[in-house]
Design a protein around this ligand. Structure first.
Ligand SMILES: C[S@@+](CC[C@H](N)C(=O)[O-])C[C@H]1O[C@@H](n2cnc3c(N)ncnc32)[C@H](O)[C@@H]1O
Length: 260
């Protein structure tokens, strides 16, 4: 079961992130072969950014389903589909990725973006994705490799330590992206194509928001993972790098695609 307190993000966060992820999202639709399919499910669909964009980009695609564990997200996604005038082809429903309420072989394509980092049982979610996909259908997963985040503030050892804390403690499954190649193989999926893109940010405020950095550092301090001095020095260094316009961060986003 998902733990809502662990790195859980809200609707504003998803909308901000969508701008940065736009090229990766567009690529993922191509990997789904969205121009050749009739039915698609997006698991952990959030606010429906992808289901509704896919509906707009591919008018021939008639059956687009988004599922999410969070009822507020589902409501928001339906609202967005109404606004974008694609609710006749786009449906959102409340469901858990561990137990999808669909028959075997239901969809031509199955997609999940930034879902696996929240999952305590990624293997079960993968099993469900394979089960509901038609044989020969497309499977596409986009995931952030959180521990690949680099921040240039001169405190390199602490940077690696907090990065590990974020991936292993702050999130349920923050190392998910780098675990997926093995998990996909174990699920019987072959010829998985992996594309890795680096997102870069010179924008300290945007980075603060998207990395959930303050919440993570406070939690690391509370849990004794870093000392008060480290906490203060770290924040001071970040502010200096912002003021001197030397702030720079990168992170890898991995896209996995294959035939089921
Ligand atoms: C980081 S958001 C990504 C949302 C969307 N895919 C996007 O790219 O904008 C992760 C989403 O996964 C959903 N989620 C987390 N655990 C889930 C589960 N076990 N089953 C279904 N959805 C889940 C969350 O509610 C959240 O909306």
């Amino acid at each position: 079961m998902m733990n809502k307190n662990k790195g859980y993000v809200n609707q504003d966060y998803l909308n901000q992130a969508a701008q940065m992820f736009a090229p990766i999202k567009l690529d993922s639709y191509k990997k789904l072969q969205a121009n050749h399919i009739q039915s698609l499910i997006d698991i952990g669909c959030g606010t429906g950014i992808d289901t509704t964009t896919i509906a707009q980009l591919y008018p021939e695609l008639k059956n687009i389903i988004g599922v999410d564990f969070d009822k507020d997200m589902v409501e928001q996604a339906d609202k967005l589909a109404e606004e974008k005038e694609c609710s006749d082809r786009t449906r959102h429903q409340h469901a858990n990725s561990y137990d999808l309420p669909f028959d075997d072989n239901s969809f031509d394509a199955v997609r999940a973006e930034r879902l696996f980092m929240h999952l305590e049982d990624p293997e079960q979610a993968l099993k469900e994705m394979v089960r509901v996909a038609k044989p020969g259908g497309r499977l596409v997963i986009v995931e952030t490799d959180w521990a690949s985040m680099s921040v240039n503030n001169g405190m390199d050892e602490l940077e690696r330590r907090t990065s590990h804390y974020f991936a292993s403690e702050f999130l349920n499954n923050g190392y998910s992206a780098r675990r997926l190649p093995g998990q996909l193989k174990a699920a019987g999926l072959e010829k998985v194509e992996i594309e890795i893109r680096s997102l870069q940010s010179y924008d300290y405020q945007l980075w603060l928001l998207l990395s959930q950095h303050s919440a993570m550092m406070h939690k690391a301090l509370q849990n004794g993972f870093i000392s008060q001095k480290e906490f203060e020095d770290w924040n001071k260094q970040l502010e200096i790098s912002d003021m001197t316009k030397s702030f720079f961060s990168t992170i890898n986003i991995m896209s996995f695609s294959c035939e089921v």
